[in-house]
Write a new protein. Structure first.
Length: 252
């Protein structure tokens, strides 16, 4: 099934369909910070799923996006912004590049920075349960963040940091070619959609990112702070699952 057919199916599944052509910038809904750690973390993965063609990622001169390994190796030694001076290590992401579901959060936290793996704190544990509830193990998806390095004191991503890191995220998406992208929190949604709307206005809809359906929902950390967000988040991840099933011809 080509990208246009997939998007038509996604439109039927979503409450509204918004055509979005490029990625965006900053500002997430203030997801609470865990002591010594950001609520944004990533999972680990390994399975496989049908891929969808994506436009080649934009990148600075000399940035090789020809393979997963070359982009990852470039990211692991990146010095494009000031975060390289304070990080313990780069958090590339967790899981398999052979997946139909890609999850994008905000930035690594303390535990992610220490372990080099995304979403390993309380928010990550909740994310694992959410994914399991829609039929995915952490080894069946790829989870990453907009920023690959932890901001000091878990500060919100700054525009210049997002701009420096965005080519890595774009390359990850292009190389994975997911059937659906699930973003967590305002910063992730706005980075990919270039939308300044609040999270409540972005969720419950199906957007398009370079030919791929995108569903935005609340960050797991926000759910830890405000349990009332669990119901809309559940609706959003179910929508993402339905889009995945339609695109890949599987059933959750």
């Amino acid at each position: 099934m080509d990208a246009r057919a997939r998007l038509e199916r996604a439109r039927r599944l979503g409450e509204r369909f918004v055509y979005v052509t490029a990625p965006a910038v900053v500002d997430e809904e203030a997801a609470p910070r865990e002591p010594g750690g950001r609520p944004d973390e990533e999972p680990r993965a390994a399975g496989a799923a049908p891929r969808v063609a994506l436009a080649a990622a934009s990148a600075p001169a000399g940035f090789d996006t020809s393979s997963w390994e070359t982009v990852r190796d470039e990211a692991l030694v990146c010095t494009q912004c000031d975060l390289c001076e304070t990080r313990t290590q780069v958090v590339w992401g967790s899981g398999t590049p052979h997946t139909g579901l890609m999850v994008v959060g905000e930035a690594p936290g303390f535990h992610e920075d220490q372990q080099g793996e995304a979403f390993v704190g309380r928010a990550g544990q909740l994310l694992t349960k959410i994914l399991a509830a829609i039929g995915f193990g952490r080894d069946e998806v790829f989870i990453t963040n907009v920023l690959k390095c932890r901001p000091p004191d878990n500060a919100d991503p700054l525009p210049h940091q997002v701009a420096a890191c965005e080519p890595y995220l774009e390359a990850q998406i292009a190389l994975i070619g997911p059937a659906v992208i699930l973003t967590l929190g305002r910063h992730a949604a706005r980075t990919l959609l270039r939308e300044e709307a609040p999270m409540g206005a972005l969720r419950g809809r199906v957007f398009e990112y370079q030919g791929v359906p995108l569903v935005a929902t609340y960050h797991p950390a926000a759910l830890l702070r405000n349990p009332a967000l669990k119901r809309p988040t559940w609706e959003d991840v179910q929508l993402a699952r339905r889009i995945y099933d339609e695109a890949t011809g599987t059933r959750g």
